[in-house]
Design a binder for this molecule. Structure first.
Ligand SMILES: *Cc1c(COP(=O)(O)O)cnc(C)c1O
Length: 821
């Protein structure tokens, strides 16, 4: 007889019992003297106990019903904190708060002590995290696969205004959310060489021999959806040495030598590469990609073989695999290797299975972000995969390309999986399109540019493979969790169903005209601004007024995102205040949050420039409260959750055509922040949804950018034609801000001598004019609140539930499977 499990009820008493049991029996502490961390761990475990059965049940039901599952492959998951999200989604928030409070503990304090799970750089990793939330919420059978990095994205500190990086040891003390699954450990191969062998019938095949082995230990993190019993898992692989590999050395007495190799093997999952959307051919990065892909595919194939006795042709009917950008694209030749070399399938059948299984999301048009691996590196690390890529390429060029454009060598050069100019490189984007049945962009404009520009020739060959799936965000974390006050106000007005069906937010539209509702909405915004003012005081030592306009730019630091355009406007305003102390500006606080890649020197120079301007402005008695500039250090999910509910204005000012979608723009609009932005990425669709009277659009369009560049863009023309602009740039690059006129020369040179590649100077005056309109609009506070409410009411389209249901319908062909309690 297996006894019934202990009480896992959802009453206050049950929760108190569970938490205390974990304090005593899991952590071995006295309740009287348990540390804050003990209480946090015990609370997480009490909640985890209440969701694990649903994880097991979800897995069982998915297996038994034999449905197709999606396997989301991503090198990044920017999860943030998990406890509050899991409490709100599972409906246990109030009862847990009560239980803790009856034991003299404050839930909010515990929530604040959780380290962020920062296993991603920015938008791409956060998208994967939002998708995991939506997949569980809308009851889709899914598994997320990634890497269990020991160190996530670096912690950022400013010293004298300059960025300094520190390692992020997010799980130094372990994490109560992750569960090791040693029985699903995988062993994978790397390096070595390929030999051709013949079977008894004289048929050739290839074997990959003399390889190094690496083990992958999976850690599972349960993903709790909102008001749903589907609990999918995020499975993250940790690299381990294969101990047997060095048994010989070990026996010879070189114990320490043997363990050196072990240490090297374990570096594979040691650290997240900190570059957002560029990686430049580092061997360890390729090894990371192959490691997690090979472990994941082995896991998927294991599940197929255990669960079913079906022919391989049925594999795609059980498994869809989504490639989040090209980072996991080596999965395509890996599946070919499994099917052809290990399972003995014919090439054509294997290729058909591959194309039916994979689909690919492109995240960027930036040429420097398109992944390419040098052929020589690829050959050393993955010799068999390179052969397979060559064969895929040869068949493709000889059949499809030659068939469509006979004798056209230019087309072959453009479509080839191998770049031949300036050295030989494997083009991972071309491989991804070719190996998939669907390629999607992440906003309507981005998808159009993919078809017209980046993949124009592929689009001509296979028009049906391309589609748009506009990104989204989970409204649970980005409204319900980060702004519970607004969430409650919305629910009071229109009911709670908007949390699962975001289109219902439109029912809020009429409330924009209700003065009482506007007042309460404004009061909630004011409350968040007061709280953020405290954070700013604590983090930056700057006093700001919650009555100022909070103008927010939070995102990775990138030239294309143009934090330096924002800075030009700030310095322009500063000069105007000094010129005309009686000018009628509404007081404004410019708030930045951004990490720069550690090797991106211009981005770091821009951070330093913003901090230097901030130091001057904030301490200039002539400015007073009219203008403040703060750069909050260490931008991350948990900080975003504090800034976003407090924002009045959302800066989305990338050069048109450069930001694939953006998702920060969606989070801010949802929380009633008006957008000042270019017609780029999802801003275009945000304008369509909220109406052009509720957004501040400015600047060059994609077509205008192209035309301007074609005719020959020269930033000096704008510099000489606009005295305000000239004075602004010259002032920044004088000794005024740091005492050293050389300090911001890199910034000045990029804007002038190096041709201003992102057209800041061309968009400067339209941006300054748009900011003047913002100032004028904010003076009518009541009308501003109306616009803010209409933003909240009209951005339902940008729920990641909508995005995920579109993937399920148009790409994965997945059924929704409801898991009962
Ligand atoms: C949403 C989010 C991003 C992406 O912001 P964009 O403005 O779309 O670039 C980056 N980092 C964090 C922490 C986020 O939450």
């Amino acid at each position: 007889m297996i006894p019934a499990p202990c009480d896992l009820g959802n009453s206050t008493e049950s929760l108190k019992n569970s938490i205390i049991n974990h304090v005593r029996f899991t952590l071995g502490a006295y309740v009287e003297s348990a540390s804050q961390n003990d209480w946090w761990v015990a609370t997480c475990l009490a909640i985890r106990d209440r969701v694990m059965d649903h994880a097991t049940k979800s897995r069982t039901i998915h297996r038994q019903s034999g449905v197709r599952r999606v396997h989301y492959l991503s090198l990044e998951y920017l999860m943030g904190r998990l406890l509050e999200n899991n409490l709100r989604n599972s409906g246990l928030y109030d009862v847990t708060k009560q239980a803790l409070s009856e034991m003299g503990k404050d839930l909010d304090e515990l929530l604040e002590s959780e380290p962020d799970m920062g296993l991603g750089n920015g938008g791409l990793g956060r998208l994967a995290a939002c998708f995991m939330d939506s997949l569980s919420t809308v009851n889709l059978p899914a598994i997320g696969y990634g890497i269990h990095y020991e160190f996530g994205l670096f912690r950022q500190e400013f010293i004298n205004g300059r960025q300094v990086e520190h390692p992020d040891a997010w799980m130094r003390d372990g994490s109560p959310w992750k569960i090791a699954r040693p029985s699903y450990r995988q062993s994978i191969q790397l390096y070595g060489r390929v030999v051709q062998k013949f079977d008894d019938y004289g048929r050739p095949h290839y074997e990959w021999v003399e390889t190094k082995q690496l083990l992958g230990l999976p850690w599972d993190i349960p993903i709790v959806g909102y008001d749903s019993h589907t609990v999918n898992v995020l499975r993250l692989w940790q690299a381990q040495a294969d101990e047997d590999f060095n048994f010989q050395v070990f026996n010879e007495g070189s114990y320490v030598e043997a363990l050196r190799d072990k240490a090297i093997a374990e570096t594979v999952s040691k650290v997240l590469y900190p570059n957002d959307s560029t990686e430049n051919g580092k061997e360890l990065r390729l090894v990371q990609q192959y490691f997690f892909v090979a472990c994941s595919l082995a896991d998927i194939v294991r599940r197929f073989k255990v669960g079913y006795t079906l022919p391989w042709s049925e594999f795609p009917s059980k498994a869809a695999i989504q490639l989040n950008d090209t980072h996991p694209a080596v999965a395509i030749p890996e599946l070919m290797r499994i099917l052809v070399d290990l399972e003995g399938l014919e090439w054509e059948e294997a290729w058909d299975i591959c194309q039916k299984t994979f689909s690919y999301t492109n995240h960027t048009l930036l040429p420097e972000a398109l992944e390419m691996w040098s052929v020589s590196l690829f050959e050393r690390v993955l010799p068999r995969h390179l052969q397979i890529i060559y064969e895929i390429n040869q068949r493709f060029l000889e059949q499809d390309v030659e068939g469509k454009w006979p004798g056209d060598n230019e087309k072959k050069r453009s479509l080839s999986l191998i770049e031949e100019r300036g050295g030989r490189y494997v083009r991972m984007a071309n491989l991804s399109v070719l190996g998939s049945h669907a390629t999607n962009g992440v906003a309507a404009l981005h998808t159009r540019l993919l078809c017209e520009r980046l993949f124009a020739d592929f689009y001509a060959l296979y028009p049906d493979r391309f589609l748009n799936l506009t990104n989204g965000i989970t409204f649970r974390r980005w409204l319900d969790v980060c702004n519970p006050e607004l969430s409650a106000l919305i629910t009071e007005a229109i009911g709670k169903d908007w949390k699962k069906d975001a289109a219902l937010l439109r029912n809020l539209d009429p409330y924009a005209d209700d003065p009482a509702f506007r007042a309460r909405y404004a009061q909630i915004k004011r409350g968040h601004k007061a709280k953020l003012a405290e954070v700013i005081q604590a983090e930056c030592g700057v006093t700001v007024s919650p009555d100022a306009l909070f103008d927010v730019q939070i995102k990775r630091l990138h030239e294309y995102k143009r934090q330096h355009l924002n800075l030009l406007n700030i310095v322009t305003m500063y000069r105007e205040i000094l010129d005309n102390p009686d000018a009628d500006f509404h007081p404004r606080v410019f708030i930045f949050g951004a990490k720069a890649a550690p090797g991106y020197f211009l981005a770091k120079n821009i951070i330093h420039a913003i901090n230097a301007v901030a130091a001057k402005v904030n301490n200039d008695p002539r400015v007073g409260d009219k203008l403040k500039v703060v750069f909050l250090p260490n931008y991350r999910v948990s900080l975003a959750e504090k800034i976003i509910p407090a924002a009045d204005l959302s800066e989305q000012i990338s050069t048109a055509g450069k930001e694939a979608s953006g998702t920060g723009n969606m989070k801010l609009a949802l929380n009633g922040s008006l957008t000042i932005g270019t017609l780029d990425g999802a801003n275009v669709e945000i304008e369509e949804e909220v109406g052009s009277e509720n957004i501040f659009i400015f600047g060059l369009t994609v077509e205008e950018v192209t035309a301007l560049k074609a005719k020959g863009y020269n930033p000096w023309d704008y510099y000489w034609a606009n005295k305000k602009l000239r004075d602004t740039i010259d002032w920044i690059s004088s000794d005024y801000f740091t005492g050293n006129a050389e300090e911001f020369l890199p910034l000045r040179r990029s804007l002038l001598d190096h041709g201003d590649p992102y057209l800041c100077l061309a968009d400067y005056q339209p941006y300054v004019d748009a900011q003047a309109k913002v100032d004028a609009a904010y003076k009518d506070k009541d009308h501003w609140m109306k616009m803010a409410i209409l933003n909240t009411a009209r951005v339902g389209k940008f729920s990641s539930d909508r995005t995920i249901l579109e993937y399920a319908e148009k790409v994965w062909h997945l059924p929704q499977v409801v898991v009962n309690d």
